[in-house]
Design a protein around this ligand. Structure first.
Ligand code: BES
Ligand code: MN
Ligand code: ZN
Length: 504
């Protein structure tokens, strides 16, 4: 999808589809009066073209509700699409992001390859025009993604050209900068999604390493991809224990962003991602039902790779190290067994209770390595536990932190990203649940509080370093298509991690 920003009179835009946004002006008090939805443009010709249909009450401007007009009178556009933003006053950048995605996903199956979207300038207090411009193009790019890449009769339904249109009187410089950011963020999120979408046979740890390295070269990041030998050299016994049961060698992917002119003693952010390219459970094998979904078990790693891409292009003034621990979790004659004891890079000994709790094992060594490479602050992302899905459903992802100030920054980042995370507690009582009789720590703590004991396991390796842990198991895969995003990989956490990094 080509993206462009134009400053023009909406009535003069020649396009297959012109989309404008509308908010539901109705409040509880006004319920009987039923005022028409408010069209979020000052353009008189557009207002006139939709006046009758808005007055009819057929279109309520609910979030992502659509209304199509062919040959709108007085406009050069072939079609006019009105997209609802939901309640006026409650609209956020995320409403604009979704509405733009809805417009693109409306066009795709209808053979419409060109979409122009009017930048909504008259929205709510909390939403300025620049934030809308960024969100609009992010939403358009995210909406354009479909996961059906291996269909032999696949017709590319991509929208070829997406134009965001603002009035000629707008602040061009500020809007263009925000728009350019949005393009980088949307494309980086889609890059992460394209990795998550790949099946386990097409994306092994080695291939994930190659994809990360190609990206790094393109955007000018430093990179290294290590394998078995380096794991042994670094004494990454926890990471290796997961990999040892697979014919596929592991990949320890390191991406480095080192901007000029930052203080030597300034913060170094360590981004650590779980990169299990397929999780069978190992000897504690998973049931067959839905096991195919476990190709997504590298979504945390993909989020870090996507975020590193955006970081390289947006150039924040802070050093960042991205680490992805990629392995395949397989049962085999060489696979680790329940009861085995492994020694992690940090020296801690781990009693393996369940080989399906493998994510925390690879991350234990990833976190230790990030610290060894100089990270002063850590963030990890992982499709870590089914328990987190039980707790929060497929709506919020789980977040944990050992440091309130660091979490605060992450929480602020969420306001920009529009992604939903919910903080869950840590605590010594949970750490007690994973004490081992034979060694230092067990890799599972039983049925109760499973997302938290998993987080406490990671805490034992992050130790005192300020750290945020993101459990994205429930939200890394969109189970039901929505008007603005396809069923499939969501690309969750790319945007939030990026904003968190930019806050340093
Ligand atoms: N990748 C899974 C997490 C997962 C499970 C995501 C189900 C989505 C749905 C992880 O490696 C795993 O298997 N976790 C186990 C841990 C348990 C053995 C303590 C789980 O959550 O069942
Ligand atoms: Mn598992
Ligand atoms: Zn897993």
């Amino acid at each position: 999808m080509r993206t462009e920003f134009s400053f023009a009179n909406l009535a003069e835009i020649e396009t297959e589809l012109l989309a404008v946004l509308a908010a539901d002006a109705q409040t509880a008090k006004e319920a009987d009066a039923r005022p028409a939805p408010a069209l979020l443009t000052g353009n008189e010709a557009v207002k006139k073209a939709v006046a009758d249909v808005l007055a009819s009450g057929e279109f309520k401007a609910g979030a992502n509700e659509t209304l199509l007009l062919h040959g709108p009178a007085g406009l050069k556009a072939k079609r006019l699409l009105v997209v609802g933003l939901g309640k006026a006053g409650k609209a956020t950048a995320h409403s604009v992001r979704s509405a733009a995605g809805t417009a693109v996903r409306f066009a795709k199956p209808r053979g419409i390859r060109e979409v122009a979207l009017a930048l909504p300038l008259l929205v709510s207090d909390g939403l300025d025009a620049a934030a809308s411009a960024r969100a609009a193009v992010e939403g358009a790019l995210v909406g354009d993604f479909d996961p059906d890449t291996y269909r032999s009769d696949r017709k590319d339904q991509s929208v070829q050209r997406f134009t965001l249109v603002a009035p000629e009187s707008a602040d061009k410089k500020a809007l263009e900068a925000a728009f350019a950011e949005g393009v980088i963020v949307g494309e980086s999120q889609n890059f992460a999604r394209s990795l998550v979408n790949e099946p386990g046979n097409k994306l092994t740890p080695t291939i994930l390493g190659q994809r990360a390295a190609e990206m790094a070269q393109e955007v000018g990041l430093g990179w290294e991809v290590h394998s078995t030998e380096k794991l042994h050299e670094l004494k990454m016994g926890a990471f290796w224990s997961v990999s040892q049961g697979s014919e596929e060698p592991p990949a320890l992917i390191v991406l480095r962003y080192e901007p000029d002119g930052v203080a030597k003693d300034g913060p170094v952010l360590g981004l650590v991602g779980k990169g299990i390219t397929f999780d069978t459970g190992g000897i504690s094998i998973k049931p067959a039902d839905n096991m195919e979904k476990m190709k997504y078990d590298m979504a945390g790693g993909a989020a870090m790779i996507g975020a590193m891409r955006a970081i390289a292009l947006l150039k924040p003034k802070v050093r960042v190290i991205g680490i992805v621990c990629a392995a395949e979790n397989m049962p085999d004659g060489k696979a680790q067994k329940p009861g085995d004891v492994q020694t992690a890079m940090s020296g801690k000994t781990i009693e393996i209770i369940n080989t399906d709790a493998e994510g925390r094992l690879v991350l234990a060594d990833g976190l230790a390595y990030a610290k060894q490479l100089g990270a002063t602050h850590l963030i990890d992302a992982a499709t870590l536990t089914g328990a987190c899905v039980v707790a929060l459903g497929m709506v919020n992802a789980g977040a944990f932190s050992n440091d309130d100030a660091t979490y605060e920054k992450f929480d602020t980042a969420l306001k920009v990203s529009g992604e939903k995370f919910w903080r869950l507690p840590l605590g010594d009582e949970y750490m007690e649940m994973i004490k081992s009789d034979i060694g230092d720590i067990k890799n599972t703590g039983g049925r109760w509080g499973g997302a938290i004991t998993a987080a406490e396991f990671l805490h034992a390796f992050a130790e005192e370093t300020p750290w945020v842990h993101l459990d994205i198991a429930g939200v890394a895969w969109v189970e039901d298509a929505r008007p603005y995003i396809a069923k499939g990989p969501s690309g969750i956490a790319v945007r939030s991690i990026l904003e968190w990094v930019r806050s340093y």
